[in-house]
Ligand binder design. Structure first.
Ligand code: WT7
Length: 651
């Protein structure tokens, strides 16, 4: 069988998709041959969803950094691998060619080795968006250490939880970071986190803000001093560790419907193959183009589409340290203009926030280099889609609406830019190898929504269908386990519906088979594209001394997509409400981080509970959404009168 790696027409997409579901092993076997393996695999795929036990390219040996760096050195040595735009536009930018990035990664790999980091060790990375962050990530991968990047907005408590869960032996951080006009004191947050994280014996600290930090003797080391020791040595090449395709590459913590974030595990071979394949096809990347993904590397989007996808494809990946609205709301457009960005990949929340500034910030910016636009992270509303299309893409750039998750590793449902049709607010069609289906509450597949079956039967759904989105067959970058608790992985993703991976999202499928993701159907919120579990926020709120109980739900928010609405029962109603609100917000910031701050806090004397004590969130959700009449059945409530009180006090 022969496939073209980059799909070029709708017809070719249909043909490739059909083949990929009729013979997944044959398909992925051919795709994976594009990479540099130290030893070929024995078997393309081994799987069951009842473990789950999923092995891609078993027996294959590789190192992902050889695929991201070494193999490009012959032809692309002097091509920019990473373009870095600093927070402050008056500071010098940095451009690292493939050869330079290779050298830096090798040197830092040696630093890690000098500090006794071994294959399989877990390394926590808590850094601002500077080139040393991808360098640290790739250096881990080069020596076979498992990186766990923690987003710079998380609190000391959140970091401590993550370090302990993974038993990280070392932390890589910086003195601080710049974001807009703020300076974030990363090192002091780490100092606090390490008070309760005994597994971490060392901290490597990059100088970024030059602010004064405490350096604990015997534990804390300066990045530049460690690097100097390596530079004084004879060889600056660092041979890449040989990894099994199924060895862990990284852990990334994400929120679920329970209080404790889980460590999503991705492995080396399948993740490499899928991030590359999805990058090249979704964005239709052409050699020489500049790709700008505005995400933070602390989230999966940054892992897959700032680092691994683009670099494995030999692309130029632009990373930006700052925020879209500083020094003004034209910053993205300045960057596009300055570097002649060809592909821009951002979040609906950023688009909506920039829309709010009107068209002035776009005026006079040369956006003519743009060829393709993308969005990710949450459903994009039609208004934002059209604004992006008209004012940024000037109606000549295809927009890809890419649906995926931390657990999926890469984009699963999206149009392929300019190749398959786009439809506003629709992620549209599955990528080759992806087999989505919708199921009803009883777990039965909704007729006509099985994309793979439709392809095989040359059928279309015929009419609009809705259900819960599941995937019925593994793809190379599917989650393998939740770190330290394999059963949790099964319970979370594979137990709701037998033999299906359940995404947690609801979706529609139109007559033409286009998927439209409508949002989470579980207790997970999506606030500005950040994933937050309601239980986590409740736990944090409950840490406040005067809080008796709380219930958190999402409500529609113009810019953030969803806002956080907290209903709180407090002790001592005589205390000042504003003061208590402030303190609760401080508590949440301290326990989780500023991203989880409630937008609204309503004090109530009781919560709507069933006789068995379960909070009826459905009712709270409706009230938070502004619904007052249609609250559904409230007869099973222990005390229906609380509903009236809550309705009357709505903020
Ligand atoms: C959740 C996953 C994937 C990287 C960023 C978020 C929502 C993601 C879309 C989209 C509608 C989307 C889903 C999903 N989501 N992309 N194009 N359209 N919803 O990763 O934090 O793991 O969140 O984000 O609800 O389940 P994440």
């Amino acid at each position: 069988m022969s496939y073209s790696y980059q799909i070029k027409s709708l017809e070719q997409y249909r043909e490739t998709y059909k083949k990929s579901v009729e013979d997944p092993e044959g398909f992925w076997g051919v795709i994976a041959k594009q990479f540099s393996w130290k030893r070929p695999w024995d078997k393309v795929l081994d799987w069951n969803f009842t473990g789950p036990e999923i092995k891609w390219f078993a027996g294959g040996k590789l190192n992902i950094t050889e695929n991201c760096l070494d193999r490009h050195l012959e032809k692309l040595a002097d091509k920019p691998a990473i373009i870095w735009e600093p927070n402050d536009p008056s500071e010098n930018n940095r451009i690292l060619t493939y050869k330079e990035l290779y050298r830096e990664v090798c040197k830092f790999a040696q630093v890690l080795r000098n500090n006794q980091v071994k294959k399989g060790d877990r390394v926590c990375i808590y850094m601002p968006m500077v080139p040393e962050l991808p360098i640290a990530v790739l250096a881990c991968a080069r020596i076979g250490a498992i990186h766990s990047v923690v987003f710079g907005g998380f609190s000391a408590q959140s970091i401590a939880d993550r370090i302990q869960d993974a038993q990280c032996s070392i932390v890589i951080t910086s003195d601080g970071g710049f974001r807009g006009n703020k300076e974030i004191p990363l090192k002091s947050v780490i100092d606090e986190a390490l008070l309760s994280s005994p597994s971490a014996k060392k901290v490597i600290v990059l100088k970024r803000t030059q602010s004064l930090v405490m350096m604990k003797p015997g534990r804390d080391l300066w990045w530049d001093e460690e690097l100097k020791k390596v530079e004084a040595g004879s060889s600056q090449d660092f041979p890449a560790e040989t990894m099994d395709a199924e060895d862990m590459l990284f852990i990334l913590y994400t929120s679920g419907s329970t209080g404790k974030p889980k460590g999503v595990v991705h492995t080396c071979g399948g993740y490499m193959v899928y991030t590359n394949y999805s990058f090249v096809n979704t964005f239709q990347y052409r050699q020489g183009e500049v790709f700008f993904c505005t995400a933070d590397i602390g989230w999966i989007t940054g892992h897959s589409y700032i680092i691994y996808g683009p670099l494995s494809a030999g692309a130029t990946s632009l990373m930006f340290e700052g925020i879209p609205t500083w020094p003004n709301a034209g910053r993205f457009w300045d960057i596009v203009d300055k570097y002649k960005v060809n592909i821009l990949y951002t979040a609906p929340t950023a688009i909506r926030s920039l829309m709010g500034f009107g068209l002035d910030p776009v005026k006079g910016k040369d956006l003519s280099s743009l060829r393709i636009l993308g969005t990710v992270g949450e459903p994009i509303n039609e208004e934002a889609w059209h604004w992006y299309d008209e004012h940024i893409g000037k109606k000549k750039c295809p927009i890809v609406d890419t649906w995926w998750q931390t657990e999926t590793g890469g984009i699963l449902i999206s149009n392929l830019a300019g190749v398959t049709p786009s439809k506003p607010a629709h992620a549209t069609l599955p990528l080759p190898g992806i087999q989505p289906v919708l199921v009803d509450e009883n777990g039965n597949v909704v007729e006509g929504t099985d994309a793979a079956q439709n392809a095989i039967d040359s059928k279309m759904p015929g009419e609009l269908k809705s259900g819960n989105l599941c995937i019925k067959f593994p793809w190379p970058s599917i989650i393998r386990t939740t770190y330290g608790d394999h059963n949790r992985c099964f319970q979370n993703y594979f137990s709701a519906y037998k033999n299906l991976y359940f995404t947690g999202d609801g979706a529609l499928v139109d007559e033409g088979g286009n998927y439209r993701i409508t949002g989470r159907v579980d207790d997970v919120l999506n606030v500005s594209g950040h994933r937050i579990g309601t239980a986590e926020v409740e736990n944090a709120i409950n840490m406040h001394a005067r809080v008796v109980e709380s219930a958190v739900v999402g409500y529609p928010h113009d810019v953030k997509g969803q806002g956080i609405y907290a209903f709180v029962i407090r002790q001592g109603v005589q205390f000042d409400k504003e003061q208590d609100r402030k303190e609760i917000i401080q508590t949440v910031t301290k326990i989780i981080g500023a991203i989880a701050k409630p937008d609204k806090i309503q004090f109530v004397s009781g919560l709507p509970k069933t006789r068995s004590g379960k909070i009826m969130r459905r009712i709270l959700r409706k009230i938070a959404e502004g619904e007052t009449s249609n609250l559904g059945d409230t007869t099973t409530l222990l005390d229906p009168s609380v509903v009236e009180e809550i309705k009357n006090g709505k903020l």
